[in-house]
Design a protein around this ligand. Structure first.
Ligand code: NAI
Length: 341
């Protein structure tokens, strides 16, 4: 059995952050929420710098009273702690080029996603602490739950312990942003990256395919596009099922369904042989995610896009998906049934 340690407010000491200058590189989804939570936890506003390029996010930070610094080298020189809260794909370039040469040997670097650390895309000095404080929630929920006095699920780890005290600092920062209130789960960049990329590249693609194929089979059997769209997702029934799964239990939520439904689902799932799916999942995990194959492919796409000599492959992928029976039908249904949506 693998059970993770869970850290609560009592395991963390905010005093470790006294007299430290804390830089938020990025004031977006996570940056805005975490910076405000930290300030509301008692970290003085003058100890916080938001390093941001001049854009609407910088204006937002200013309007909320934060000190905004456009000069990243200057922000880096002042930082005792730096939260990396710009999009993952731009972190290597911005951090390695503009922050790394200017950081102190003792700066703590905080990541909210394991990707760039696990795949070794960021440069650190051995004397620096590198910690992960990774909320499992979108930024607006990180903020609203904090304001309600509640916690939120979060992963925490010390990835590089230059000071010998990295975990304690990680826990202090977690407490500051409100993550130890409900319990921060000990994890690692590897675990976070494996689970995240696996969900994105194995679990959800399979769910997309299941819906796509189910749609075509039922359509061929004579079901209308309108009935299928509503039955399968537009009624929001799948969203409700997952909400119940989170609240009551993954299987226990079935008790909210009719007896016919319960019997059909329980029996059907036991009858399915999952061995081919398991083999396919293992292949994705080991031969695409953990071995860095996907990371290499994605980094190349980013590099090409930066040189502006490539079209964004996402457009091509969306175009391919729009050809399925499900997507074509949904487009027709949505244009016909505006009032019902
Ligand atoms: P975001 O997309 O909201 O970031 C916007 C911020 O990045 C703004 O401050 C913007 O000025 C800055 N920015 C964007 N492009 C830039 C560039 N080329 N150069 C300099 N600054 C740039 O980012 P988000 O979603 O908050 O993600 C930040 C980190 O948090 C990532 O590591 C992500 O994986 C992690 N995370 C995100 C979650 C989410 O709900 N979005 C949940 C948990 C972790």
């Amino acid at each position: 059995m693998v059970s993770a340690k869970i850290y609560y407010d009592n395991d963390a000491d905010l005093a470790l952050l006294n007299d430290k200058t804390i830089v938020f590189l990025g004031f977006g989804n996570q940056g805005a929420a975490q910076a405000q939570n930290l300030r509301d936890s008692g970290i003085p506003n003058e100890a916080i710098i938001v390093a941001n390029r001049p854009d609407s996010y910088a204006e937002d930070a200013k309007s909320r009273g934060f000190n905004v610094e456009y000069d990243f080298a200057k922000a880096a020189k002042a930082a005792d702690v730096v939260f990396l809260l710009i999009p993952d794909q731009v972190q290597p370039r911005v951090f390695n080029e503009q922050f790394v040469p200017n950081l102190k040997d003792s700066t703590t670097i905080v990541i909210a996603s394991g990707y760039n650390v696990f795949f070794k895309l960021l440069n650190f000095k051995p004397s620096q602490d590198v910690v992960m404080v990774a909320p499992r929630m979108i930024g607006s929920s990180v903020r609203s739950l904090y304001q309600k006095g509640k916690g939120f699920p979060c992963f925490v780890s010390a990835e590089q312990d230059g000071s010998g005290n990295a975990l304690a600092t990680a826990l202090a920062l977690s407490k500051g942003i409100g993550a130890t209130k409900a319990g921060a789960i000990a994890s690692s960049a590897k675990e976070e990256t494996a689970m995240d990329l696996f969900a994105e590249q194995a679990l959800w693609p399979n769910i997309i395919v299941l819906f796509r194929e189910a749609f075509s089979v039922l359509k061929e059997a004579g079901c209308s596009d309108e009935a299928l769209c509503y039955e399968m997702w537009m009624s929001k029934e799948p969203a409700e099922i997952f909400e119940r799964a989170a609240e009551d239990g993954f299987i226990t939520q079935l008790k909210h369904h009719s007896t016919v439904s319960q019997y059909g689902q329980l029996k059907g799932a036991l009858q399915l042989d999952g061995s081919a799916t398991r083999a396919h999942f293992k292949d994705i995990l080991y031969n695409q995610v953990l071995n860095g194959k996907f990371c290499k492919e994605f980094s190349q796409i980013e590099a090409d896009l930066e040189k502006q000599d490539a079209t964004n492959p996402l457009e091509q992928l969306y175009a391919e998906h729009s050809k399925s029976e499900l997507a074509q039908a949904e487009q027709r249904v949505r244009s016909r049934l505006q009032g019902l949506l």
